[in-house]
Write a protein that binds this ligand. Structure first.
Ligand code: HEM
Length: 453
């Protein structure tokens, strides 16, 4: 019996295919999600410049993909477009065994008790940010959160606390992030695969500025090993063992440290900021939930706050897609994929699967109170051997920032309507209007009982 053909979004004339492909390059996952809803949980998408692409929203198939052996489905090539920004040395775009070697070297600064040491830094950065926010005037939480999480990650990465130095070090990373989340990047990637537009002056300029700030710090740390230098210092010192002693090579080269720091700063700052913007909007439109999080902020504990963050990440995963690439013919459920097929996993669709979550579009933090998220029904951090290495860091940062904000400030939403995702998809699933809030420091907070809208 012939295997079933992959469903596609309707008969594709070359003209429609070309237009659709161009739109996908810009429209990203939103278009894919609409297609999946219309056509089914596995959809072939013709995307100009990306080779064969298959979008997958079926939780069982996503689970299968996450569990696949790394020589069957490539992780680095699957997220290939990121190489344009993070650089070809980044661990994110490596394949095995190199990817795992690098992951092991990067894990210690992002896990376990070392996270406790970041809490005072995060609290201090949050207070410093709040001191500059305009009291009582509408502000966009999204941009405020981006500034704050960049500040946090720069302090933690480089072990600096002087405000001017944080600004100096953060500036080129901020520019790189803005380029990464612009519509230019997926289009550039497609064009590069088609053999055009290999020169990208703007990116090269930003990379030179990153080198100017980063390379002297790495050289300095190698010359003076005792000096505190945050995660950068830990990466310079990191040595991996392979069971028989040190792996080969045992540590990281300057180029690898440079690329991995860029990866950590970029992967770790926009995602967390976007989540913070969504959490704040959801809290300000759900007063009872807000009061319970505030109670934890004032009284201690974080169980309920973590449930709120988990539920926010379920509804609005800031990085809503990830990918893998087939090396040979690959059986995905009923379908046979050709070698070189890019499998795009629609994490937001898995997170809203009605079979896993009753009323999947409702904000109900109680789903996660006393219940850990199920690894294959809740995938905002991806899965398998490429699951987000910064997940524990992100959860700690979000909890700490939220508690500091609610202890030391009063907030209200500018609009009575909750935020929605943007019309046109972007690489990051941001709230359409930037999550607009009004803020007052606690000592100037509105008198209790006064209407909040
Ligand atoms: C709410 C915040 C965050 C979300 C939603 C998020 C989401 C993701 C997702 C979806 C992936 C791809 C996983 C896959 O393909 O299976 C990923 C990978 C990664 N993330 Fe995060 N992330 C967050 C925060 C962070 C932070 C704070 C850091 C670092 C400080 C970080 C560093 C990374 C790195 C290095 C990878 C690549 C892992 C690998 O290739 O092995 N992320 N993240």
């Amino acid at each position: 019996m012939r295997p079933p053909a992959l469903p596609a979004p309707g008969p594709l004339s070359p003209l429609f295919g070309g237009l659709y492909a161009a739109a996908y390059g810009i429209g990203g996952q939103q278009l894919a999600t609409q297609m999946v809803r219309r056509v089914g949980p596995v959809v072939a998408l013709p995307v100009l410049g990306y080779g064969p692409v298959v979008a997958v929203a079926d939780p069982a198939l996503v689970k299968q993909v996450f569990a696949a052996k790394p020589d069957v489905l490539l992780g680095g090539e699957g997220v290939g477009p990121a190489a344009a920004i993070y650089g070809r040395w980044s661990m994110f775009v490596q394949e095995e065994p190199e990817h795992l070697r690098r992951r092991k070297l990067m894990t210690p600064p992002l896990h376990g008790s070392v996270l406790d040491g970041y809490v005072p830094i995060i609290e201090q950065a949050t207070r410093a940010a709040m001191a500059h926010w305009p009291a009582g005037r509408p502000m966009r939480m999204l941009e405020a959160a981006r500034e704050l999480t960049l500040d946090v990650i720069i302090r933690v990465m480089f072990g600096v606390d002087d405000a001017d130095e944080v600004t100096r070090l953060g500036a080129p990373f901020d520019d790189l992030l803005l380029l990464a989340i612009s519509e230019e990047t997926p289009v550039r990637y497609a064009a590069r695969r088609l053999g055009a537009l290999r020169m990208w002056g703007r990116l090269q300029g930003i990379n030179r500025r990153i080198d100017d700030v980063l390379m002297p710090l790495i050289a300095d740390r190698r010359a003076y090993p005792g000096r505190p230098a945050g995660i950068l210092g830990m990466l310079v010192d990191a040595r991996a063992e392979n069971g028989e002693g040190f792996s080969d090579p045992p540590g990281l080269s300057d180029n690898e440290i440079r690329a991995d720091l860029i990866t950590l700063v970029l992967a770790g700052h926009e995602t967390t900021a976007t989540t913070l913007a969504w959490v704040m909007d959801l809290l300000l439109h759900h007063p009872q939930v807000l009061e319970q999080v505030r109670a934890e902020a004032l009284g201690g504990g974080s169980t309920y706050t973590e449930a709120v963050i988990n539920e926010t990440l379920r509804l609005f995963p800031p990085a809503p897609i990830t990918g893998r690439m087939t090396t040979g013919r690959y059986q995905l459920g009923d379908y046979t994929l050709e070698p070189g097929t890019r499998i795009v996993l629609l994490l937001d669709a898995v997170n809203r699967d009605p079979a896993s979550y009753p009323e999947p579009d409702e904000f109900r933090p109680e789903r996660f109170v006393g219940a850990r998220p199920q690894p294959h029904a809740w995938v905002p951090f991806g899965g398998g051997i490429k699951r987000c290495i910064g997940a524990a860091f992100a959860m700690r940062e979000l909890t700490t920032v939220l508690h500091t904000l609610l202890r030391e400030g009063r907030f209200e939403a500018v609009s009575k309507n909750p935020e929605t995702p943007p019309w046109r998809a972007a690489p990051v699933l941001v709230p359409r209007n930037g999550s607009r809030v009004r803020f007052w420091p606690v000592e100037a907070a509105r008198p209790a009982g006064r209407s909040r809208r």
